[in-house]
Each structure stands twice: as structure tokens, then as C-alpha cells.
Design a protein around this ligand. Structure first.
Ligand code: SF4
Ligand code: SF4
Length: 182
């Protein structure tokens, strides 16, 4: 009767232990072939964030153009009178799964007849943000949008906390009363 146990393999028959494996010749050959394929196929490098990419198979359209549907840094939207549209309802703050929005409401000026409150403080901690877009979805008055602007490189954590003034000026091309076409 045959034994149920397999005959143990010799040390140099195990994966990665043969002389060919240990010489790395096959893997070096694969790596060189891969490099050569990239050389004849053109540069694979994208100069991010100066250039962005969203569909590598469509190079001419994709590289160097912002995808209007991509989610990047936020903007606080102004109305036709140059006031922030935000009414400090805190819905975006409640919806944010990363708990990175902080809003402190205050009473709106008396001559602002269309709202009771506005944000005294509006901060987003961009280091915690996951760019999910829930804040934009939750907002009842289109006061916050995610724009295609890629996140900015900074040298300190403090610079990554965007206050109201910075958010109002962030990517002004998307500071329009109407939503940009997608
Ligand atoms: S995009 Fe998502 S994580 Fe970032 S602030 Fe909005 S809700 Fe929070
Ligand atoms: S941005 Fe929109 S959801 Fe957030 S507090 Fe302002 S009005 Fe409310």
C-alpha cells in the first residue's frame, strides 16, 4: 500500500532554491524585457501634479487636462453678491466620515435676509480628508464643491488645514453660480 505522505523534496528542488532561481538570471531577463518594452513604447512618466491622468489609454485627451469629474481640493462657493453660500447648517460636518470639517456658526448680519446663520469658522483638515465627496453631496445649497485641483504639496501640517478664506479662493475657476458641466 502506497504511503499517503509525499517524498520530501531535496533542498535544491524547492521553489526559489534551484541554481537557476538563485542566479536571478530569469528575473533579470524579465526586468530588462519590461524596461525595453517601456523604452520603445514611449515615456510612462506623468509629471504629477502639474499634469494629471485619468485614463491612460486615451493619452491625447487625458494627460495635461483636468478631469472635471475627479475629486480634488474643495472650494466654498460664493453667491452673486460675493457672500459665501454656506448657511452653517453643519450637514457636511455630520456627513464627513473622516471628521475633518470644523464649522463654528455665527448669526448672519441683519441685512442678510435670506439666512439666519453663516460660518464664523470653516476649516477642513486636508491631511485627514479622503476626498469622498460626501460633504458636497450633503450640502443643501451647493455651498461646497470638490474641484479637480490636485492636493497641494506643503512643508507643514498647519498649511494643510484650510480656513474659510483659503477655501473661498481655492481654484477660482470653479467659483461660479452654476455647477461646471461634467
Ligand atoms: S471629501 Fe469626504 S472626507 Fe473630505 S471633507 Fe468632504 S466628506 Fe470629509
Ligand atoms: S457647506 Fe453646505 S452643508 Fe456644510 S455647513 Fe455650509 S451649507 Fe451646510
Amino acid at each position: 500500500m502506497a504511503s499517503s505522505h509525499e517524498t520530501p523534496k531535496k533542498p535544491d528542488e524547492r521553489p526559489g532554491k534551484s541554481l537557476l532561481d538563485r542566479s536571478y538570471l530569469v528575473e533579470i531577463g524579465k526586468g530588462l524585457a519590461n524596461t525595453f518594452m517601456h523604452m520603445i513604447g514611449g515615456s510612462q512618466t506623468v509629471q504629477y501634479p502639474e499634469r494629471t491622468i485619468y485614463d491612460y489609454s486615451e493619452r491625447e485627451r487625458a494627460i495635461g487636462h483636468e478631469n472635471p469629474r475627479s475629486r480634488g481640493e474643495h472650494i466654498l462657493v460664493e453667491d452673486e453678491l460675493g457672500r459665501e453660500k454656506c448657511v452653517a447648517c453643519l450637514l457636511c460636518m455630520a456627513a464627513c466620515p473622516a471628521v475633518c470639517i470644523f464649522i463654528e456658526p455665527e448669526a448672519a448680519p441683519e441685512d442678510w435676509k435670506d439666512r439666519d446663520r453663516r460660518p464664523k469658522t470653516f476649516e477642513i483638515d486636508m491631511l485627514r480628508c479622503i476626498y469622498c465627496g460626501y460633504c458636497e453631496e450633503a450640502c443643501p445649497c451647493d455651498a461646497i464643491r470638490l474641484t479637480p485641483k490636485p492636493y497641494t504639496v506643503t512643508t507643514s501640517r498647519e498649511e494643510r488645514i484650510y480656513d474659510k478664506e483659503r477655501l473661498l479662493k481655492n481654484n477660482p475657476g470653479y467659483q461660479t453660480p452654476q455647477r461646471p458641466k461634467k
